[in-house]
Structure formats: C-alpha cells, structure tokens
Write a protein that binds this ligand. Structure first.
Ligand code: SF4
Length: 462
C-alpha cells in the first residue's frame, strides 16, 4: 500500500503495537504491517498453525487424519471444511491420540504408534496424515520417525505434518506444513513413472458445497479435464497422478502458491492464478485457461459459455442493484484472493466498501487491495474482535462479508452478514455462485429485522 495509505486517525482506542497493522487508504506514504506473528494477548481472529494445516489437508477424502495431541485440538478442527466428497467419507471423521498428563510426562510416541497400528488394521486407508500440535511438539515427540516406521510396517503413506501450534503466530506457516506433506505424498517413488496428460490440477480449491464440481462442469464444457484438485474431493490415488498434469491453476494463493512453485521446480508444471468467485472473475479465469491451451475450438466454446452465463448474472444484478446501491460494506476474510473477489462483486452492485482486511494477506496483495478501494477505506491485517467492532460502528456498516468468527460480531451490532467461511455448505463459485451471492447480499442487507435490533450502532433493546 506504499504511497496510498495513512495510519488511521482513530488510533486512540487501539492496542499501540497494532497501530501499523491498520491503515486508511489515502495519499501519504505508509505501508501496512502484515505477515507478522499475531500479537500475544490481542485475541487475533486467525487460527493456529495446526488449524492452518488441517484446513488444507482435511478435504483429502480417503485419508485418515490423525491429530497427535490433546482431544481439544481434534475437536477444534473436527469436520472443519464444508467440502463435499463424491466417494469416501473418511475425511469427515476426526482421529486423535488424546494425549493426557501421563503422555506429556513420559512421551507420546508409543501411544502414536499404537494408534497408527489400530487405524491401519481397522480402516486400511491409502494414507494417514499425522498432525503435530502444541503439546506433542513441546515435549519433543519425534513424529517423523514414528511415521517412517509405520509406513514401512503397514506399506502405506504415513505422512507427518509438522504443524505444532506454537511454532508461529501465523496460520500461514500451517499452510506451508500442509504443502510439504502434499509434496511428500505426490513425489513419485524411485523408478515410478507418472503418465503425462493434457489435464490440469486445480490448486487451492476445496470443494465447499461442491464448488470444484461447478468449475469442473465449465471446464468440461469447453473441452478441458481436471486431473485433481488440491484438495477438494481428492483421493490419495488421484493426488499421486498430479505430477503428470500440463498445468496448475491456483485459486487460494495463500495456501497453494508455494506448492505451485515447488511443482514447477520439481515437475516443470507451469501455473496460472485464477479466481472463480464473481462472474467477471470467472469469465477472466476461463479465458486465461483457454489461452494457455491455445486451441481455437476451446476458445470458441469458452466464449459461448461466458456469453450464455453472463446474461443470467446481469439480469439478477440489475434487479437487486436498486436496493443495494450506496449501502456500506465491510469484508474480513482469510486470504486476499477472496477479498479481491468480494470487493469486485460488491462494487458491481453499487455498494461502498468502507472496511476490509485479511488474516494472511501479503504486502503486494495489500497494495493491490488499496488500489481497488476508495480513499478513506480502513484496511486491517490480522484483526481482533475489538478492532472489527470499533470500525463496524464508526463506519456505519450495513453488511459484512466474513467467516464464522465475524458472524456474531455483525449480528450483535445489527449488521447484515454474508458467510464466506470455509465451512459453508452452499457454493459461491462461478456464475451460479455469483447469482446466489447477490441474492444473499440483498436478503441480509435489506432484511427488516435490523430495524428492531439496530436503533443506533451499539444500542439495542435488551
Ligand atoms: S495446536 Fe495448540 S493452538 Fe492449536 S488447537 Fe492445539 S493446543 Fe490450541
């Protein structure tokens, strides 16, 4: 955000050390503090490193996900994504070594080995992901050695995910741990040959409410097949074929750019950034992919699909725009790619973005974000509830788009809310998702309920 932002003038009520993580778009030279560890005691909206790893890996449908830690870590991330499966439902179970005091004192490796034996014998999974947590990391359990031993004994992939919650105050470190686990899984064993295909891999797509299937349908219509998504509705077998693809498309850049770069280095697969949230973004992404294949028939089918689908979105947007024009919106989401898409969608509906931010945005992403917003918009990195509440009130927000932790803040203040969380069960992707999004924005922003809750910001009938 260099050259475009100033520190927000309303700093007095904020934690001093957080002041450089909050900026207002404007004309002075100040750049936002981001990608740092969360400030201890600030009650960040971010999740922990382990949670970051689990949201990336959990949609691998037929793998066993074993959390090596106290039961709370597994409960916290149980069925954490709204990812749908076309086959196995194994991923929706949550296994834990349920570490207790005795394990902390004497070590948890034996218990982990026993759990792996039980899981391998009872469920015969093609792979087991073993997540380290704060407690197992702190006492120094060697999960890498235990996993290696179990892999040899049961002849399956037993993959350590080194995601102890305390290793960083930023969940993006968990994305990296998950990425390393995925690379370990897909790297061909010595002598193994993966067949090359014209298919593509869809990285950073988690099939929430069947979103991967929507994009798969569009791509199939234009003549392109998805090899496997990382990781929505994926299987271990399909992931192992990923090195044979001719292209990676990357949607959630925060979780998958590193993996895409590694796959380029290791297997020579190029990648393109895509974004299927919002109709304009979907059209642009389809055109980008079609251009890569450089086939006139694919290009013609792409244009025909876009023309057909765009008309339906335009009709719906026109209908609701009248009611939404001029309403004030806030956005706080996990990754920047999602924030970009929501900014674009709400702006197309005539709404004014007055507050935005992310949990894991990078400097370059915040710079781009600043360029999309009007002067005076507050941008927060790694927000906490007090900051969000303060700006929802000060900016007189009508509707907020965010995740599960923001929902209740908005409702308590009588602010409409759009759920864009990773546990959604209704997809928001593609042209049909854009239509659903517009209808949801209208329903919540213009709901008559708010007149009974929000007399003035922060004042409600008790
Ligand atoms: S890994 Fe640590 S921070 Fe994360 S849920 Fe477990 S105890 Fe909590």
């Amino acid at each position: 955000m260099e050259n475009t932002c100033s520190q927000t003038p309303e700093q007095d009520a904020l934690i001093t050390e957080r002041q450089h993580s909050i900026v207002t778009t404007g004309n002075t030279k100040t750049s936002i503090n981001c990608t740092d560890d969360s400030l201890a005691g600030s009650v960040s909206q971010r999740a922990c490193v382990f949670c970051g790893a689990r949201v990336v890996l959990n949609p691998v449908t037929d793998a066993v996900h074993l959390v090596h830690g106290p039961i709370g870590c597994a409960a916290y991330t149980y069925d954490i994504r709204g990812s749908l499966s076309s086959g196995s439902e194994m991923y929706r179970r949550s296994f834990s070594t349920d570490m207790k005091e005795k394990d902390v004192i004497f070590g948890g490796e034996k218990k982990l080995a026993a759990c792996l034996a039980e899981l391998a014998e009872k469920h015969h999974p093609p792979a087991i992901f073993v997540y380290s947590t704060c407690v197992s990391g702190m006492i120094g359990d060697d999960i890498v050695a235990v996993c290696k031993e179990a892999s040899l004994t049961y002849d399956i992939d037993v993959i350590p995910v080194e995601s102890s919650g305390f290793i960083s105050g930023n969940k993006i470190v968990g994305y990296r741990a998950a990425g390393e686990a995925l690379l370990r899984l897909i790297t061909p064993k010595e002598g193994e040959v993966i067949e090359k295909t014209r298919k593509l891999n869809f990285l950073g797509e988690y099939n929430l409410g069947g979103e991967k299937w929507v994009v798969e349908r569009y791509l199939r219509e234009i003549g392109i097949e998805i090899n496997v998504a990382f990781t929505g509705d994926s299987t271990v077998k399909a992931l192992k074929k990923a090195p044979g693809s001719c292209l990676n498309i990357v949607q959630c850049t925060g979780s998958m750019h590193w993996v895409a770069n590694q796959m380029y280095e290791a297997f020579g697969i190029p990648y393109l950034d895509v974004n299927f949230f919002g109709a304009e973004n979907t059209a642009e992404s389809l055109r980008k992919i079609a251009a890569f294949y450089d086939d006139p028939e694919i290009s013609a089918r792409t244009e025909a699909l876009i023309e057909r689908e765009m008309q339906a979105v335009k009709d719906v947007n026109e209908k609701y725009r009248k009611s939404l024009e001029g309403k004030r919106a806030a956005i706080y989401v996990g990754g920047a790619f999602k924030a970009f898409a929501i900014i674009r969608q709400l702006t197309e509906l005539g709404m004014e973005i007055v507050l935005t931010g992310t949990q894991t945005g990078k400097k370059t992403e915040y710079e781009r974000m600043g360029s999309l917003l009007n002067e005076g918009t507050v941008i927060i990195d790694d927000a906490n509830p007090a900051e969000i509440e303060k700006f929802l009130i000060e900016k007189k927000v009508d509707v907020m788009a965010g995740g599960v932790k923001e929902r209740f803040l908005a409702y308590k203040l009588g602010v409409g809310f759009i759920d864009h969380n990773h546990d959604r069960k209704d997809g928001l992707i593609g042209f049909e998702g854009a239509i659903r999004f517009t209808k949801e924005v209208y329903a919540t922003t213009c709901s008559p309920v708010w007149k009974y809750v929000r007399h003035e910001y922060g004042e409600t009938d008790q």
